[in-house]
Design a protein around this ligand. Sequence first.
Ligand code: ADP
Ligand code: SF4
Ligand code: SF4
Length: 571
Amino acid sequence: MTRIAVLDTEHCRPQKCNFLCQRVCPMVRTGKEAIVIDKETNKPVINEKLCSGCGICVNKCPFDAIIIVNIPEELEEPVYQYGRNGFRLYNLPTPKKGVVGVVGANGIGKSTMIRILAGEIKPNLGGNSSWDETLKRFRGREIHDYLEKLSRGEIRAAYKPQYVDSIPKVVRGRVGDALEKNDDSGQLDEIAERLNIKNSLDKKINELSGGELQRFAIAACLLKDADVYLIDEPSSYLDVRERLNLAGVIRDMKDKFIFVVEHDLVVLDYLSDYIHVLYGKPTAYGIISGIKGVRVGINEYLSGFLRAENMRFRNEIRFDVRSPSERGNRSELMRYPPLEKRYGEFSLTVKQGILYEMEILGVLGPNATGKTTFVKILAGAVEADNTGLDMKLRVSYKPQYIKPSMALVDSLKIKPEFVERFGIKSLLDRSMQELSGGELQKVAIADCLTKDAEIYLLDEPSAYLDVEERLRLARYLKKFAYDKEASVIVVDHDMLLIDYLSDELLVFIGESGKNGNASKPMGLRDGMNKFLKELGITFRRDMETGRPRANKPGSVKDREQRSEGEYYYKD
Ligand code: ADP
Ligand code: SF4
Ligand code: SF4
């Protein structure tokens, strides 16, 4: 076994602990320099050769900043390592013409891989190696030619970054002007049309909504004339139609090298021709699997076992195809009357409905059709036009866009059980503005669940969470609804997540920004059928895992299901 020691320099706060790790290390106590202090950075450095692996420093560090872990023996040296006790990435992907989908937990090295492919960071083989050494190491592999070109500066990469929220800080001015600058291929008109941003071209970049910003960033990337397109999490803030539409646009660029990192498995599945799975231990090390077919790759990822690698990296995630929810002893929590609301051009109507205790109500629908408004009416933050809703129930609400304040995470007084569950202990003494998108999301969810209420509303909780975090959250919300005897309402665009967690569905139909109509809460199958029919897309269930998959338009299954009106799946 090879042991590696990783220090998360962002979390490490020696000023607060006075180098506790060094003081408790038994090796240091016996005079061996297993931990020394780096004079320049004023952070501890762990010497892996002298460390005995006792784990005492790991347990004692108040900020969870140290990871000591054994890695599989057969691994060669890493392809890239961020400094002495930094994260290590093993292997490289296989470039193929077409779309190579990339799936893996947050912090497992996906962005590092993308930055290598983009030529932004040079593979260092764990030390300081030259391009010659790297090329030698990869001789005979499919990536070799790619690396050779990269080393000569002959790869032109187009890149869509993971977080679009910060784009307005860097790029200013009119959307149309910014896109024209990128338009190497003269396809601005076509791409703008297909990504439905024609109406945004005259807007300023800092006026765009999250979804518009995302489509702008994707358009800017696709318009470039490049050898490789690197697209990091394209689906955040997009609704289901926009996600599948985008997938179609990317698929049509088949003769290019395209890598897409994506956590929405329905989108990843629909989009990709091949899959690479990244596994390992987040923030410590990541291994890029061999290239796999799409169905097999995603199924193996869910099963936690990679066959070709003979590697179990976690327990299986299962999709039980459930019978319609057995309401049994669940009792009514509230009834709401038909609701109406108008804002200038926009109008919303909601059919009456009942919320039940111990139940998860999934909400699906296009962006800007009034889902948030509905949620706010229930929360008492907005009043309906037709009726004053006399809410006696308390509502705890997590909004879609979370505005990070300067305040410390600790000031939210999140219950210890949620601090533990969402793994946010090391974030408590940080200001919310310092957090990454995924960290902020977990803090906001934990804060929402901490409050005492009868109804919990989570608006797009999946944004910036990885697949495992999404499904873990889903499983936990079921338990939470049950234990609390609460009603949990989840608005989300990740179909796999909604399928996984919903007892009932509320479907919004309408035209973004103009009108929205909400159905009554319906059974999962009826609701999905209604929603998919509206989108004109059919789904099936994967035989092996039970996960939902989008059918390719015009395929045999697609035509069969359409003609039978079974848009969700056939038994
Ligand atoms: P992913 O894209 O899968 O979320 P990343 O490639 O961004 O993963 O990061 C993997 C790990 O590498 C992170 O958890 C972090 O600890 C480390 N890392 C990323 N960027 C840097 C950097 N510039 N310096 C040091 N460590 C980094
Ligand atoms: Fe303190 Fe932990 Fe950093 Fe060591 S690793 S100096 S214990 S914060
Ligand atoms: Fe020292 Fe044990 Fe930490 Fe290794 S794991 S650095 S031996 S305390």
